[in-house]
Design a protein around this ligand. Structure first.
Ligand code: SF4
Length: 744
């Protein structure tokens, strides 16, 4: 919770008020900086430590820390300061706690580069063959990763600048704190892994822009990260000269960096602080958090919350035995992965234009700031499968203890919300991407939510050039953090599979409902969480590890969305229904027109993809103390939604805040591979005057019985029939009456 909004703070300044620290004009004496120490990701003394589960993940990041560079340089600003501001904002967006920029003097280059000792084992594992899955492009991903894994990287004396990323430690687990059995002595590895995540993304981004860039991590580096942090004004040598420290987080942080040939404007190093400086940086404005995300009271994550309960007070919410929307479990049909509209577009079911835009994931590739996550997502895809790595550990016999450990570890690693549930057979797809019949396998599911980020959404229309990055960022977060949890479960003796955006065998929305992570919203398949709003992406780990389940939530959203239709009004494709909930494939849902939505997202000409419904919803909140009143009112008096949405409009919420616009409007020219200035960019205001009526909408659905066969052959969409099918959908009352008559 914060008292003050950050609405006037540019994103490149970050969550901490680094601009209040006194800077030095002189270059720091790098010879005085204690040398960087590589971090070990093997915890031999405690085989159940989460550190061991992180090993393959930092290894895979190290494999893809360099790569091919786009031949033509992109059309980006020449001004080094503008570039630095942009890349710092991108670093904050991709979850760094602090970002600094440094020139790269030769003294920073390591005589003996640090190399990850775990890489040979990872390469040997990769050389055994690619995972048995039919995920799109798996052959290409596997070949690229294997080639990178075998490659020896050369020196980088020609790199001129560096971006440095600092990730703060979270609170240390307390002795005997529930759920923290796997977490001891893992702060350095956790922070190093998260910092590497940011560095891998930004290095990939800069290479897409046409400049050389290499990521450096706490396990694989050609540069001394300590010296770079001092150069970039993120740290200085502490009083005893034995370590470096940051004025806000002390020595509790991990580092990573990107070195590049892209010319940037460096930050100035930190100066020693006098008392007056200290008042400026750590005085009343810092205590109260005036204009910043961080303040003296919220500085340490989980300072006043147990890890296993998470950062948000989910324990205070009302729970029920059943979901607030009816799921006719015996009649929920399973259907093939091939039925997904993004797959249908690739197979030509929706025409040539859609096929051209969908092939090779062009709707992602065209925006470099989102596409930069693709390679890392592909690399982590190779790690998401797996059987148990040994016998079942005696430590996992108690389901309640397991639940606490899984949740606490997920939250500790930086997941935003976690829910545990059964994984019924009906959530599994019927056939894989190649048309092979699939059998349900695991019985339990760990569902995880990731915030897509309020701050950047504030500067966006929801369907402009940052839109696809909103999703990719959260997807990669799950691939990493969900992947670590799955690996930990395997190490404890149970098989586990992470279901990611690139390859998943289960439908996630019903699992989010069963595990108490949200309720069905008017947006359709988007589950809305009371603390994250609809601004989220999910991921699921399935397993047979026994754990206790969470119960479904009831926070009044069904009544609220019944009385609000702001998302339907603001949807640029008109895909969201302004009408009532209906039964679709066994679910009670505000059924959106998924075909319209997919067509818009895949062919969007003024941006890449779309998440405008999430941006404009009244539940998309900043996290201010004052907003607690909204949440209280919305949960207790959901019928007031009409007035709340009206007030939301009056306050201009859901509009664009130009202070928060940090990304460049550039798009991929497919013919040359160059990223050029975008020909068009959406800059939408709110449609306050639009009175959207259900009877004026034309929506279509394609229930399971008219979905394409599982095989990869074209099966054109029959929209006319789809419109008829929408009109014949039953209300939940009609559906239940039909069951009672024995007609299904
Ligand atoms: Fe529900 Fe209104 Fe949000 Fe749409 S905009 S999801 S109707 S609360």
């Amino acid at each position: 919770m914060k008292l003050f909004s950050y609405k006037d703070r540019p994103v490149h300044l970050g969550p901490y008020p680094l601009e209040r620290l006194r800077r030095s004009q002189a270059q720091p004496r790098l010879g005085d900086v204690p040398a960087m120490q590589a971090v070990s990701f093997v915890e031999a003394g405690n085989p159940e430590s989460l550190v061991n589960a992180m090993t393959r993940y930092i290894g895979m990041f190290d494999v893809v820390r360099d790569g091919s560079v786009t031949a033509l340089k992109s059309e980006i600003p020449d001004d080094p300061q503008e570039r630095s501001n942009h890349l710092k904002a991108a670093g904050y967006y991709y979850d760094a706690t602090m970002v600094g920029v440094a020139a790269l003097p030769p003294e920073v280059l390591l005589d003996t580069p640090i190399r990850n000792p775990g890489l040979p084992a990872l390469v040997a594992e990769l050389e055994k063959g690619q995972p048995k899955t039919f995920a799109a492009g798996i052959d290409v991903i596997y070949a690229d990763v294997l080639e990178s894994a075998r490659k020896m990287l050369g020196p980088i004396p020609h790199h001129t600048h560096a971006l440095v990323f600092l990730v703060e430690y979270t609170r240390d687990p307390a002795p005997s704190e529930p759920g923290t059995e796997w977490l001891s002595d893992s702060q350095a590895q956790r922070a190093g892994l998260l910092a590497a995540n940011t560095a891998i993304l930004l290095s990939s981004y800069i290479r897409l822009l046409g400049y050389e860039a290499r990521a450096h991590t706490v396990t694989s580096s050609d540069v001394d990260l300590n010296k770079l942090a001092v150069m970039a004004g993120l740290a200085r040598v502490n009083a005893d000269g034995q370590a470096i420290e940051n004025p806000y987080v002390g020595s509790r942080f991990g580092l990573a960096a990107v070195t590049t040939t892209l010319a940037l404007a460096p930050d100035q190093p930190l100066a020693s602080q006098k008392l007056s400086d200290r008042l400026r940086s750590h005085g009343p404005a810092w205590w109260l958090g005036k204009g910043t995300v961080k303040n003296a009271f919220n500085r340490v994550p989980y300072h006043s919350r147990p890890f296993h309960l998470g950062a948000y007070p989910f324990e205070k919410l009302k729970r029920r035995d059943e979901t607030t929307t009816f799921i006719d479990e015996p009649r929920v049909p399973r259907f093939p992965k091939r039925a997904d509209f993004f797959a249908r577009a690739v197979f030509g079911d929706m025409g040539k234009e859609m096929q051209n835009n969908a092939k090779g994931g062009f709707y992602v590739q065209k925006s470099a700031i989102g596409a930069c996550a693709r390679r890392a997502l592909g690399a982590l895809l190779l790690l998401q499968f797996g059987e148990a790595r040994g016998a079942i550990s005696p430590s996992v016999s108690d389901p309640a203890r397991n639940a606490a450990n899984v949740k606490a570890a997920s939250y500790y690693m930086a997941t935003d919300a976690v829910g545990l549930s059964r994984c019924p057979d009906w959530v599994y797809y019927s056939h894989d991407a190649a048309g092979n019949e699939m059998k349900p396998y695991h019985k339990n599911a760990v569902s995880m939510l990731y915030d897509q980020g309020h701050e950047t959404f504030e500067g966006a229309s929801g369907d402009d050039w940052i839109s696809v990055a909103q999703s990719m960022r959260a997807y990669l977060r799950f691939s990493l953090l969900g992947g670590v949890i799955a690996e930990q479960i395997r190490r404890l003796g149970y098989s586990a599979r992470a279901h990611t955006v690139l390859d998943g065998d289960v439908l996630q929305p019903p699992l989010l409902l069963l595990s108490g992570l949200g309720e069905v919203s008017r947006i359709g398949e988007v589950i809305l969480n009371p603390y994250l709003g609809p601004r989220l992406k999910s991921g699921v780990v399935t397993t047979d590890l026994p754990f206790t389940y969470d119960k479904p939530l009831d926070f009044g959203l069904q009544t609220f969305c019944n009385n609000c239709n702001k998302c339907a009004r603001e949807c640029p494709s008109g895909a969201i229904t302004a009408g009532p909930k209906l039964m679709y494939n066994g679910y009670e849902i505000w059924k959106s027109d998924a075909e319209k939505c997919a067509r818009y997202r895949i062919t969007n000409q003024g941006g890449a993809m779309c998440g405008r419904c999430m941006k404009t919803c009244p539940w998309n909140l900043e996290g201010l103390f004052s907003e607690a009143a909204f949440r209280w009112l919305a949960m207790r008096f959901p019928k007031a939604a009409r007035w709340i949405a009206w007030l939301d409009d009056k306050l201009g919420r859901g509009g664009i805040n130009p202070v928060k616009k940090w990304w460049w409007d550039i798009e991929l020219d497919r013919s040359t591979g160059q990223h050029k200035r975008a020909k068009a960019t959406h800059t939408r205001g709110l449609n306050r005057d639009l009175d959207l009526k259900y009877e004026d909408q034309t929506l279509a659905v394609y229930p399971a019985d008219v979905m394409p066969p599982p095989y990869p052959v074209s099966f054109p969409v029959n929209r006319e029939a789809g419109i008829e099918r929408y009109r014949s959908l039953l209300t939940p009352i009609e559906h239940k009456a039909k069951i009672a008559r024995g007609e299904t």
